[in-house]
Write a protein that binds this ligand. Structure first.
Ligand SMILES: [Zn+2]
Length: 163
């Protein structure tokens, strides 16, 4: 059986800003409106549930909140982008420009790019980690996460719950 949370209808979304190294519009700070959909697959418990759906929703929602209204910064090679900590924030050099952003506005992610694929994988792994304490992995076999970054662009990944 599959248990699904549709990001659009379940209000699982976040708005964030980023820029990508290179030229053109994407090299300047720009927003994306993301929605995050999640499904779990496995056998229901004796009580007929895969997981309490509100519990699942709460965990996904909390993750979305951490990304909401933040400037996302990936770990690009230092010849592409440098991020230095100063007294009040990060000094980011990229595309021949310098940005000084307060610590509170930046979410640094341990991923190589901010492509929707990398973002999706990172969010799926983070969710699996957070679900781990409450997920009965004898019954639940996989977690699928789909991240939509707007404009009909999305990525999805299915992770096995086996360790
Ligand atoms: Zn973008």
């Amino acid at each position: 059986m599959k248990l699904n949370l549709d990001g659009q209808q379940a209000d699982l979304h976040f708005e964030s800003v980023h820029l990508v190294p290179g030229r053109g519009g994407c090299s300047r700070l720009h927003p994306h409106f993301h929605t995050v959909s999640v499904s779990l697959e496995g056998e229901p418990s004796e009580r007929g549930m895969l997981i309490h759906i509100y519990r699942l929703k709460e965990i996904v929602s909390r993750l979305c909140l951490e990304f909401d209204h933040m400037v996302l910064v990936a770990e690009y090679p230092s010849d592409v982008m440098t991020v230095d900590e100063e007294d009040t924030g990060y000094r980011i050099n990229v595309n021949g420009k310098t940005y000084l952003l307060p610590f509170s506005d930046v979410l640094r992610l341990p991923i190589g790019t901010l492509n929707v694929e990398d973002l999706c994988r990172y969010m799926a792994e983070s969710l699996l980690e957070r679900l781990d304490p409450i997920l009965d992995t004898r019954r639940i076999v996989s977690l699928t996460v789909e991240v939509d970054e707007g404009n009909g662009q999305s990525a999805a990944i299915t992770l096995s719950t086996e360790r």
